[in-house]
Design a protein around this ligand. Structure first.
Ligand SMILES: NC(=O)c1ccc[n+]([C@@H]2O[C@H](COP(=O)([O-])OP(=O)(O)OC[C@H]3O[C@@H](n4cnc5c(N)ncnc54)[C@H](O)[C@@H]3O)[C@@H](O)[C@H]2O)c1
Ligand SMILES: [Zn+2]
Ligand SMILES: [Zn+2]
Length: 368
C-alpha cells in the first residue's frame, strides 16, 4: 500500500525546491517507513546547485538529517519497531572490508549507496502526480518528505523522551564535527586544535574539543558573528580570515606558539586548507571534511615533514552508538549543539537555504 506525502523536490539543479504531493511505496524487507517530525538541512543537500545545470540528474528528494517515528517495518527488520523514535543517518553496504571492520563511514560503496538517488536496483520509492519516478534514498533516507521509505541501517533508535525537532542534525553535520574531534583525530586533553570554518561542523567540533579538554582551540572564519559563537562554545582564540593564506598561516603559528597539534578543515577552500596544514607542528594532523570544487596543492617542503593529512567522513561515527551518546551529552547540558538550530516549516525550505547561505542561520531544521 502506498502513502501520499508532501515533499520538497529539486527538479533543476539551479532551480528552487518545489513542494509536491508524491506517492511513497511500501517498505521492502530491508526498509522502514518513517513519518518525519523534522529534518536538518546540511550543506551537502545544497551542493547539487553548484554543479553545472546540465549535469543535474533530478528530480530528487534530498534531506539526510531526518528524525521521526517508525510507522511500518519490512519483514527482515529487527532493529526497530512501529512507534520507535528514530534519527536517520547515512547507509552502507555491510559487506565491504570497511563495513566488516565496523567503519561504516568508510564503506567502499558509500557514494553509490548514499548519493545515487535510488535503491541499488535502480528503483525509487517516490512517484509524482504523473506517475513518474522521483529520486529517493538520498543517504538512505530522502528526509525532506513527510513520509519516506528508509534503508534499515540508516535508522537509529533514540530515547522517546527526547525532542525529535532537535535530533535530526546528529545524523550528519553534528556527528561529523564532534566525531572528527572525538573519533577521527582523537584529540586528547591539553592538545591544541585549529578549526577552519565555524559553521555547523566547525562549531560542533569546537564544543567537542572543549568537552575533551583541548586547551588551545582556535576558530577561523570570515564572519565575525560566527567567531563570536565559536568563542561562546569554547574557542580560546579566533581569527577573522582576510583571504590571504600566508597571513592566516602566520596568525595560526602565532596563537599556537609555533604550530597546532591538530587542525579540522570545514571550509573546502584551498587556501584555507593549505594554511591549516602549514599551521601544524611538524608532527601535527589535519582532518579534512569540507568539500570544495577546486583542487588543493601543497609545497614540497611542507609535505616532507612528519605531518599527517587524513580525510574525515561522518566523524568516523558508528551511528547506532555515537548518535545516542551525543543526544545524552546534550540532554545533560554538556554539548549544546541544539542552540545552533533555527526551525522552518517544510514549505519555507527555500528561505531556509537562503538564510544558511547568507550566514544568518547555522543549522536550519525543517519541521513537518
Ligand atoms: N566530510 C563529511 O562527512 C561532511 C559531512 C557534512 C558536511 N560536509 C561538508 O563540510 C562543509 C561544511 O559544512 P557545514 O554544514 O559546517 O557548512 P557551513 O556553511 O555551516 O560552515 C562553513 C563555514 O566556513 C566558513 N568559510 C567558508 N569559506 C571560508 C573561507 N575562505 N575562510 C574562512 N571561513 C570560510 C563559512 O563562513 C562558514 O561559517 C561543507 O563543504 C559540507 O558539504 C562534510
Ligand atoms: Zn550532511
Ligand atoms: Zn561497505
Amino acid at each position: 500500500m502506498s502513502v501520499t506525502t508532501r515533499a520538497a523536490v529539486l527538479r533543476q539543479g539551479h532551480g528552487p525546491f518545489t513542494i509536491e504531493e508524491l506517492q511513497v511505496g511500501p517498505p521492502r524487507p530491508d526498509e522502514v517507513l518513517v513519518r518525519m517530525v523534522a529534518a536538518g538541512v546540511c550543506h551537502t543537500d545544497l551542493r547539487p546547485r553548484e554543479l553545472p545545470a546540465e549535469e543535474y540528474a533530478g528530480p530528487q528528494v534530498y534531506g539526510h538529517e531526518g528524525a521521526g517515528v517508525v510507522e511500518a517495518v519490512g519483514a527482515d527488520v529487527a532493529s526497530v519497531a512501529v512507534g520507535d523514535h528514530v534519527v536517520l543517518s547515512f547507509t552502507w553496504c555491510g559487506t565491504c572490508p570497511s563495513c566488516a571492520a565496523v567503519r561504516p563511514s568508510y564503506c567502499y560503496n558509500l557514494r553509490d549507496y548514499n548519493m545515487s538517488g535510488a535503491r541499488m536496483d535502480g528503483t525509487t520509492a517516490f512517484t509524482d502526480s504523473d506517475g513518474q519516478p522521483v529520486g529517493s534514498h538520498f543517504f538512505g533516507q530522502s528526509s525532506f518528505s513527510e513520509w519516506s521509505v528508509v534503508a534499515a541501517n540508516s535508522v537509529v533508535k533514540v530515547d522517546s523522551g527526547l525532542d525529535l525537532t532537535k535530533l535530526g542534525p546528529l545524523g550528519c553535520g553534528i556527528q561529523t564535527g564532534a566525531g572528527a574531534v572525538m573519533n577521527s583525530l582523537s584529540v586528547p586533553k591539553g592538545a591544541s586544535l585549529v578549526v577552519t570554518g565555524a559553521g555547523a561542523l566547525g562549531l560542533s567540533a569546537i564544543m567537542a574539543a572543549d568537552l575533551v579538554g583541548a586547551t588551545t582551540i582556535v576558530a577561523v572564519d570570515r564572519h565575525q558573528s560566527r567567531l563570536d559563537l565559536a568563542a561562546k562554545y569554547g574557542a580560546s582564540h579566533t581569527i577573522l580570515s582576510s583571504g590571504d593564506p600566508a597571513a592566516l598561516t602566520e596568525e595560526i603559528l602565532d596563537v599556537t606558539a609555533g604550530g597546532a597539534d591538530f587542525a579540522f578543515e570545514t571550509t573546502g577552500h584551498p587556501g584555507v586548507v593549505r594554511a591549516a596544514y602549514e599551521g601544524l607542528t611538524f608532527v601535527g594532523t589535519l582532518g579534512m571534511a569540507g568539500v570544495g570544487n577546486v583542487d588543493v596543492s601543497f609545497g614540497f617542503r611542507s609535505m616532507v615533514s612528519g605531518r599527517t593529512i587524513r580525510g574525515v567522513l561522518e566523524g568516523d561515527s558508528v551511528p547506532t552508538e555515537f548518535i545516542p551518546h551525543l543526544a545524552a551529552l546534550n540532554a545533560q547540558g554538556a554539548f549544546p549543539y541544539d542552540e545552533l538550530i533555527t526551525t522552518f516549516p517544510l514549505d519555507q525550505i527555500n528561505e531556509a537555504e537562503a538564510a544558511s547561505t547568507a550566514g544568518d542561520v547555522i543549522k536550519p531544521v525543517l519541521v513537518f
